[in-house]
Design a protein around this ligand. Structure first.
Ligand code: GLA
Length: 406
């Protein structure tokens, strides 16, 4: 009887603990080719991006993964059914490029799709899951983004489960990034399958526009922020809501880029840069490498921010942090500046997800503006600041003294 029980216990453990554990205890950080380069990628590009990831200070700031998105393959599999890197883009195959990335102390990722073809028309994985997983393991990749085009007749949970199992069987620890755009509510079922799941269609490099392709749409930053209201409880260490690769440095204003980066940090989204690292402006670099903002994203508590209030043009977002710290982001959705006056005593932190409760009348906190990099007094006084149009003020609050016992 005991043996039978142990057997069933083992089976349930094996099935529920499918993905590689411990790989993304904080949101993954890296770079992905798609937003800037689409399928125009090459051996040379990857090497240059890896060099600049190191030289720009991005690696020091925490960016680790270089992910090649759609377009790295030849149009056909070989006669054994194996995927083939495009011989024009990667004349020596992928292994030397991946070795180069690894030698820089970085990690490497690839893209494929659960369907018969990728979104850009290259060979998809459907029916080749275990074979492709072995191919990735032989290349020693560390990350797989897995898309959802051309998937008629299959269900998302099963398809993503199969690939996750295949990766596990292949044996090389890989972050598994689900990209089915939130269509099948992966936050309800993907916790044990992958480390991150997209929650929206593709991002577009604008603050609050929609780019309509006719049969599908790309979404500006605020549309992605607003797309799903009630999924923050599904994010946490090892499993994240993915708000899509970033568009910082891809054409928005500096303030909009700052707002975008701040909100991705508050939302505990993976921070995957999508710009050309080889010619970043000083402003773009300063945004992407602001270590105090990144620390809010990478906080070990792993709690996604909640929307506390929306008043006039300004959202107030609150992110509970470890050590009873708190981040507060004032996001101005209007193009005009707005002066926020915030009486902390009137605005306690009460969070059902982290169970954090702070009453600023009995706990004094120090205020730091992480973009100005300046201390801004404490929570005992009315706090006031102008938030520029399409921009944020982002505060990190640290307890100044222990709570007063009543
Ligand atoms: C989909 C994904 C994008 C990108 C492209 C590649 O649209 O959502 O992030 O990977 O496919 O074709």
């Amino acid at each position: 009887m005991k043996n039978i029980l142990a057997f069933f216990l083992l089976c349930s453990v094996t099935v529920s603990a499918q993905k590689f554990e411990g790989l993304a205890l904080t949101p993954p950080m890296g770079w992905n080719s798609w937003n800037t380069f689409k399928t125009d990628i090459s051996d040379k590009l990857v090497r240059e991006i890896a060099d600049d990831m190191v030289n720009s200070g991005m690696k020091d700031a925490g960016y680790t993964y270089i992910v090649l998105d759609d377009g790295w393959m030849a149009k056909e599999r070989n006669r054994n059914g194996d995927l083939v890197p495009d011989p024009k883009k990667f004349p020596n195959g992928l292994k030397p490029v991946i070795d180069y990335v690894h030698a820089k102390g970085l990690k490497f990722g690839l893209y494929n799709c659960a369907g018969t073809q990728t979104c850009a028309g290259y060979p998809g994985t459907r029916g080749y899951e275990y074979q492709d997983a072995r191919f990735y393991a032989s290349l020693e990749i560390d990350y797989l983004k897995y898309d959802w085009c051309n998937t008629e007749g299959i269900t998302a949970k099963e398809a993503y489960s199969t690939m996750s199992k295949a990766l596990k069987v292949a044996g090389r620890p890989v972050i598994f990034s689900l990209c089915e755009w939130g269509d099948n509510q992966p936050w309800n079922w993907a916790k044990n399958i992958g480390q991150l799941w997209r929650i929206s269609g593709d991002i577009y490099h604008c603050f609050d526009c929609i780019f309509d392709h006719g049969t599908w749409k790309d979404w500006g930053v605020t549309y992605i922020i607003d797309m799903h209201k009630d999924i923050r409880q599904f994010a946490g260490p090892g499993h994240w809501n993915d708000f899509d690769m970033m568009e910082v440095g891809n054409g928005m204003t500096v303030g909009e880029d700052r707002a975008h980066f701040s909100m991705w940090s508050m939302l505990a989204s993976p921070l995957i840069a999508g710009n050309d690292l080889r010619n970043m402006s000083a402003e773009t670099k300063a945004i992407l490498t602001n270590k105090e903002v990144i620390a809010i994203n990478q906080d070990s508590l792993g709690v996604q921010a909640y929307l506390y209030s929306q008043k006039d043009s300004v959202d107030t977002w609150i992110k509970p942090l470890s050590g009873n710290d708190v981040a507060i982001c004032f996001l101005n959705r209007s193009k005009n500046p707005f002066t926020v006056s915030y009486d902390f005593g009137q605005h306690p932190v009460t969070d059902s997800v982290s169970k954090m409760n702070i009453n600023f009348n009995s706990s004094l906190y120090k205020i730091r503006d992480v973009w100005m990099k300046k201390e801004m007094g404490n929570t005992s006084k009315l706090w006031s600041a102008s938030v520029q149009g399409h921009d944020v003020v982002l505060l990190h609050l640290t307890m100044a003294k222990p709570p007063v016992k009543k």
